[in-house]
Design a protein around this ligand. Sequence first.
Ligand code: FAD
Ligand SMILES: O=C(O)[C@@H]1CCCC=N1
Length: 397
Amino acid sequence: NNQSKLAINMSAKQDYDCVVIGAGVQGSFTAYQLAKHNKKTLLLEQFVLPHTRGSSHGQTRIIRRAYEQDIYTQMMGEGYQLWAQLEKEAGVTLYRQTGLLVMGPETSGDYPLVKNTLLKNKVPTVILSRDNFHQHIPNVVLSEGHGALLDVTGGVLFADRALKAVQDQFQKLGGVIQDNEKVTEIKPGPVVKVTTSGGVYQARNVVITAGPWTNKLLAHTGFQLPLETVKINVCYWKEKTPGTYGVKQRFPCFVVTGSLESKEHIYGLPSNEYPDLVKICYHIGSKTDPDYRDLQTDTSDIDILKRYVSRCIPGLVPEPAVVESCMYTLTPDRHFVLDYHPNYSNIVIGAGFSGHGFKFGPVIGKLLCELSLGEVPSFDFSSFKIRRFQSHMKSAL
Ligand SMILES: Cc1cc2nc3c(=O)[nH]c(=O)nc-3n(C[C@H](O)[C@H](O)[C@H](O)COP(=O)(O)OP(=O)(O)OC[C@H]3O[C@@H](n4cnc5c(N)ncnc54)[C@H](O)[C@@H]3O)c2cc1C
Ligand SMILES: O=C(O)[C@@H]1CCCC=N1
């Protein structure tokens, strides 16, 4: 019976080269890379897969090279190649090029930084003038004082499909996924002991990619990162005329960048996953505990979105037709954490993807794998090291 199976599992320790904790986009790509390097790898997930309770679910995500900082634009150079490689290996389409429309205060905040990064890194870009904006992007109103450009490489990633593809490839390479197994204890040491609701595992190396639950897991190792988890209301808005903002009509993904004066921080994707519904979200959420996400009921973001939609996207009904939930795990500077655990060099942490990590999944998986194998990382990850938070950190002991 189940009880005795559990008793047998709990007593028999199973050995792996590496245990990856958390089967979101980052853990799944890390496990896949480790298996590609012939490492005996276990990917643990607390929920039954696929699930909708973390940060990687949903049908779509934006992919883009448009960023304020060179490092992300450059990382995505390799990112696109690795996405294409997975598409080829798995025989599925994961990326649809739509372009990414960036709009924002022309001379302040993030817009001029993004423009500069794109041009400096020679990313195919079209700068739109106020005069020709309407001709290229009908049915969107460009706010007064805003500039607009198109990152031609931008588009949609089919997120759920991508997660399944990378997990399938991992298993084809001999990797093991145990879902519905929550990690309840991590005992660091030269061989790390990982206890779950279903068994006990040992590995020379562990990678923690637990998204919003990262600090709950790190508490077992006596360490905490300065992370904040927020809930995002994922809103879908109905087209007044079906197809006006459709992926098939090549309506682009878009981002409205903020500045000190205008705190819009809004982004959207063409209608695709639900017929005639355009996904538009606010990039700032309200603090939540991932185990009680649905108790966070703040909807002030939806009020901001309603005003924006009615002012700038006149072809949509300014009331969301569908609202789903997702979470960001924020660092104070909104940059990722990709590093060794400060006290245990055989535990690697990938966390704090701050609401923009999906597109980087293949690159992050590669880097976390390299760190775990003790290899020299293939790109300079100094911006992502934990020591930048020295003043924020506190011990959980
Ligand atoms: C609304 C929304 C829109 C976004 N849009 C974009 C976008 O357009 N483009 C983009 O690039 N990024 C976007 N992102 C960000 C991106 O989706 C995230 O950065 C990324 O999914 C984070 O992945 P993760 O693997 O770190 O976390 P998660 O997906 O949360 O994975 C962590 C996993 O760890 C598991 N876990 C936790 N604790 C345990 C435990 N004790 N035992 C076992 N398993 C455990 C969890 O169940 C979970 O499955 C968006 C995010 C949201 C919420
Ligand atoms: O990461 C992305 O591209 C999106 C859009 C901007 C805000 C967050 N996620």
